[in-house]
Design a protein around this ligand. Structure first.
Ligand code: TEU
Length: 587
């Protein structure tokens, strides 16, 4: 009798557990749901957001004055680019005091008021951890370079000149593309992957790691909700500095992102800091590939929460030419392949992000949409629809909600960015094609995404009463918050609707992603979710009118959940207007 009871129980157990076992590894397990997966992140470049004291540079009090605007967007998290003390060789990515506020941005009291104001509005604040390198004006580096026996010497990477020049390392920002800088004070070279004023910190030194971890805990103890981690894949170096290993086949950045102790350090960071706070962490995944992504973000790795890749934003540039758009290099089919691949990478483990703009990128409407007057708005809204309906945490760049576009400077003197200016000098040295470089920079240069935020049609777009640190885009007269906030058909109103759509439909966060009509060269269509909870997204990436045939058997609700036009007509096909975006409930 007992045995029968046992077998019956066991049988029932099997039935129930098999029944509940998801047929697809889709995120049905709500314990996988996290606030940072469901959040919409809004990135603010503080230098260009709002200037409160007329010095022409944005500041923390300026952001405080606009907290209600930020709240009105409906976003959940603000990522602030670096606000720490800096000589601004790379606009804050060269930190001279990790616990001080950049003097142009204000004071620690201003920061405390900003954080309080954000939390009072239910907005989390993520800061920018720039720990692969510091500023050469940091006290640590001043000490380190003063003598070979200084206690801070090993906070950085030095190579004694009597051993000859060390093996070549490429620099992103050096005028000779050389990451070794000779320093006569101690007759040695120091390493700088970026500018000469951004010496790389020696993470192999446990004292450096402790300094960084203590600093992170300082900000978390103040209530900060997370860090975006600047080129964090680069932090570990083989300090024997060998020639570039052959297996990297010349790919220096991939080598930088695969240092010998990288994941040990990230696990240590998680143990010593991240695991002690309810915070989010996102890696700027320079050099990270599909093959290495999971090592950073799988939950069982106990390292970081998510990462952003560069494969998408780098697509369509000429190989070997600095950020030069290739008119034949971009195909929508290729774009769809990249973003579908990265969705599948994180479909069962780990978690991704999605972005098209940030402070290192041009304005998305210029790069991926169409900034011609008749298409700027619909294509901007179409791209916004893409970002807010994919399975990844959206990182949305300030100003894109207005449809801000590239300023397209004509001359090098208008640029501020060290990357553009030093590549210009390097090209001059190489007797390269300067005209072509400046034409390419109109599309791809980072300063295009850094022009002052456009608040209204008054002088300097209401950004400053002084002289702006970077020129304001002349289109501010009609592309600005004041002109858009009351217009239900504006980019700004559309962004707010798209954010609410995502928040009201968790299937847009966790639902299965399925690409449709893969080879279509003009339309990007996909579904999110399954069964009764399925949504269809259809994006026309061209300025043409297109009849897009509905897949057989896919019936849609004729009232769109979101539409960047006033019109919508569908029978067996959906009539798509130029750059039309539609989000439709599947019946
Ligand atoms: O950027 C890292 C990075 O990959 C840079 O090379 C950047 O993407 C460049 O535009 C690529 O051409 C981070 C920061 O986001 C960037 O603003 C800093 O300049 C850089 O690190 C150094 O801190």
């Amino acid at each position: 009798m007992k045995n029968i009871f046992f077998y019956l129980t066991f049988f029932l157990f099997c039935i129930t557990s098999c029944k509940n076992k998801p047929t697809e590894k889709v995120n049905t397990d709500s314990s996988n749901n996290k606030w940072w997966k469901e959040a919409v992140v809004y990135q603010i470049y503080p230098r260009s957001f709002k200037d409160s004291d007329g010095d022409g540079v944005g500041d923390l009090k300026g952001i405080i004055s606009k907290l209600d605007y930020i709240k009105s967007l409906g976003i959940d998290v603000v990522w602030l680019n670096p606000i720490f003390s800096s000589p601004n060789d790379d606009n804050g990515y060269d930190i001279s005091d990790y616990r001080g506020i950049m003097k142009e941005f204000g004071t620690m009291n201003d920061f405390d008021a900003l954080l309080k104001g954000m939390h009072e509005r239910g907005i989390k604040l993520v800061l920018d951890l720039v720990a692969n390198h510091s500023s050469s004006e940091h006290e640590w580096f001043k000490e380190s370079r003063s003598s070979r026996t200084n206690p801070y010497r090993d906070y950085y990477h030095w190579w004694p000149a009597e051993k000859g020049k060390p093996a070549h390392r490429w620099s992103f920002f050096d005028v000779n593309a050389d990451a070794w800088m000779y320093d006569s004070a101690t007759n040695a070279y120091y390493l700088h992957y970026f500018s000469r004023k951004q010496p790389d910190l020696n993470w192999e030194n446990p004292k450096v790691r402790k300094e960084i971890f203590d600093m992170m805990n300082f900000w978390f103890d103040k209530g900060v909700d997370g860090f975006r981690m600047d080129v964090i894949p680069f932090i570990s170096k083989d300090t024997t500095f060998p020639e570039l290993p052959k297996e990297y086949n010349g790919d220096m950045v991939a080598y930088y992102a695969n240092g010998p102790h990288l994941h040990e350090y990230l696990k240590e960071m998680n143990k010593e800091v991240l695991s002690k706070h309810n915070v989010m962490s996102v890696a700027e995944g320079a050099g990270v590939t599909a093959a290495t992504a999971h090592n950073f973000v799988d939950e069982d790795r106990n390292e970081l929460n998510m990462l952003y890749h560069f494969e998408g934003v780098s697509y369509g540039y000429v190989d070997g030419k600095f950020k030069t758009p290739d008119p034949n290099g971009y195909k929508l089919v290729g774009f769809k392949e990249i973003y579908s691949k990265w969705d599948s990478i994180f479909s069962n483990k780990g978690w991704g992000t999605i972005y098209l703009g940030n402070h290192d990128q041009p304005r998305m409407v210029t790069r991926w949409g169409n900034d011609a007057p008749e298409f700027r708005e619909p294509s901007s809204k179409m791209l916004t629809t893409f970002l807010l309906t994919m399975r990844a945490t959206p990182y949305y760049y300030f100003g894109d909600e207005l449809g801000m576009s590239n300023i397209k400077f004509d001359k090098i003197e208008d640029y501020n960015d060290i990357e553009t200016k030093n590549h210009y000098i390097l090209l001059q040295t190489q007797k390269g094609d300067i005209k072509q470089f400046l034409e390419a920079a109109k599309i791809s240069a980072r300063d295009n995404g850094r022009t002052p935020f456009q608040w209204d049609a008054t002088a300097n777009a209401g950004f400053t009463t002084g002289t702006p640190w970077l020129k304001v885009n002349p289109n501010y007269k009609n592309v600005n918050v004041a002109a858009e906030v009351g217009n239900v058909n504006s980019c700004l109103s559309y962004f707010k609707k798209a954010v609410q759509l995502r928040k009201n439909n968790k299937v847009l966060v966790y639902g299965k992603y399925e690409l449709l009509d893969k080879e279509n060269p003009k339309v990007y269509a996909y579904t999110r979710g399954e069964g009764a909870d399925k949504i269809l997204v259809v994006l026309n990436f061209t300025k043409e009118k297109i009849d897009w045939a509905l897949p057989v058997g896919l019936a849609i609700d004729k009232t769109p959940l979101l539409n960047n036009y006033q019109t919508f007509s569908a029978s067996d096909a959906i009539e798509l207007q130029p750059y039309q975006a539609l989000v439709l409930k599947v019946k």
